[in-house]
Design a protein. Structure first.
Length: 220
């Protein structure tokens, strides 16, 4: 059974819920947030069980779909540092600290209970979203964060601007830990930072003055 601590929520309209139910997938349709790598479509989620989606249109928060965390989920307070229009996105309303997003469709095997928020009617209760929070991301430890910072320093010369933005992501992650935010938020924040490091362009091999090849243009 999916517990509140390992649950995220996607809000939608009654009309779109019928499309989602029929297709068996919450598709990536939102283009609200613009990453440095270009515009992409997302599914937005929140860890707040009430109306914390940030959507100002009440018709778009009629149906709440509970979702088990999956590996592709990113945490907005970290991801936002590489988003070019983050201020405009957050001005939509709601609590940005509760937001998550993913570039992958969320298929029915990850759904739990679906509720009509107006009538409190249960529209679907699959009990199939049983993935515990520990199965989709590790916890960010000081050792892991320090190792990531060292990796970023190796990559920094290939794109100093992007590296500066990831410095801000690391600072955001450390703030999340210092505030003792929930494990779900810490895990999602760590997953988000790792994804950005993995997407960082490698330095091309450089010819060492003595004629040897170094990896990534770094000595050794």
């Amino acid at each position: 059974m999916m517990t509140m601590l390992s649950t995220l929520f996607h809000y939608t309209s009654a009309e779109f819920w019928e499309e989602i139910r029929t297709s068996g997938s919450i598709d990536t349709t939102s283009q609200a947030a613009h990453h440095l790598d270009g515009s992409s479509k997302h599914v937005w989620l929140t860890d707040g069980p009430g109306h914390h989606s940030g959507l100002q249109d009440p018709q778009r928060t009629v149906v709440r779909i509970s979702v088990a965390p999956i590996p592709s989920i990113l945490y907005w307070p970290v991801w936002r540092e590489l988003c070019d229009n983050r201020t405009a996105v957050e001005q939509a309303g709601g609590d940005p600290a509760a937001w998550y997003l993913t570039k992958e469709p969320i298929t029915a095997e990850h759904w739990g209970t679906v509720i009509h928020m107006g009538t409190r009617e249960t529209l679907l209760n699959t009990d199939t979203a049983t993935h515990p929070v520990s199965s989709w991301a590790t916890m960010p430890t000081p050792k892991r964060i320090s190792a990531t910072a060292r990796r970023l320093d190796q990559l920094r010369p290939s794109d100093p601007f992007r590296a500066h933005r990831i410095d801000q992501q690391i600072a955001s992650l450390r703030s999340i830990i210092d505030r003792s935010d929930t494990q779900q938020r810490q895990r999602a924040a760590w997953r988000t930072l790792k994804a950005e490091i993995a997407a960082f362009a490698e330095l091309p091999p450089q010819q060492h003055p003595e004629g040897t090849i170094t990896s990534g243009g770094l000595p050794g």
